[in-house]
Each structure stands twice: as C-alpha cells, then as structure tokens.
Design a protein around this ligand. Structure first.
Ligand SMILES: [Zn+2]
Length: 68
C-alpha cells in the first residue's frame, strides 16, 4: 500500500486511536493501522472505521448526544 499524500510505503502497525465527538472521547489501544514510513500519515482500514463510527453513533444515541 502507498501513502495517498507522499506515495511512501505504508506499514501495518498497532497504534492508539482517538475519536472525539459531541463530548464523547473514545480511545482504542493497539488498533491496527497503516502508517506511512515517510510522512507519518495514518490510515485506518475501512472495516475498522465503520466499527468505530457505529460505536460512536450508538453511544450518541444512548447518551442523547446527537446534534439536533
Ligand atoms: Zn506519506
């Protein structure tokens, strides 16, 4: 896989991922992500992004944090 920004090589690593939305702070340790060895850009796999977005939506719903 190549970096979208600098065309450098992307390697699979495990990193801490943070998401902040409507006062909800989600932190995931050791999430498998691709990192560019050249510029440090992080790319999260589509399946992981979907899972994180689903989790955030459910939290927003149950906590009543959805934007009106
Ligand atoms: Zn790059």
């Amino acid at each position: 896989m190549k970096c979208l920004y600098c065309n450098g090589d992307m390697v699979l690593i495990k990193d801490i991922f943070h998401a902040d939305r409507f006062g909800i702070h989600l932190t995931i340790d050791h999430l498998p992500v691709y990192k560019c060895v050249n510029c440090g850009e992080i790319l999260v796999e589509t399946e992981q992004v979907k899972l994180i977005q689903k989790t955030l939506s459910e939290l927003e719903d149950s906590l009543g944090r959805k934007a009106a």
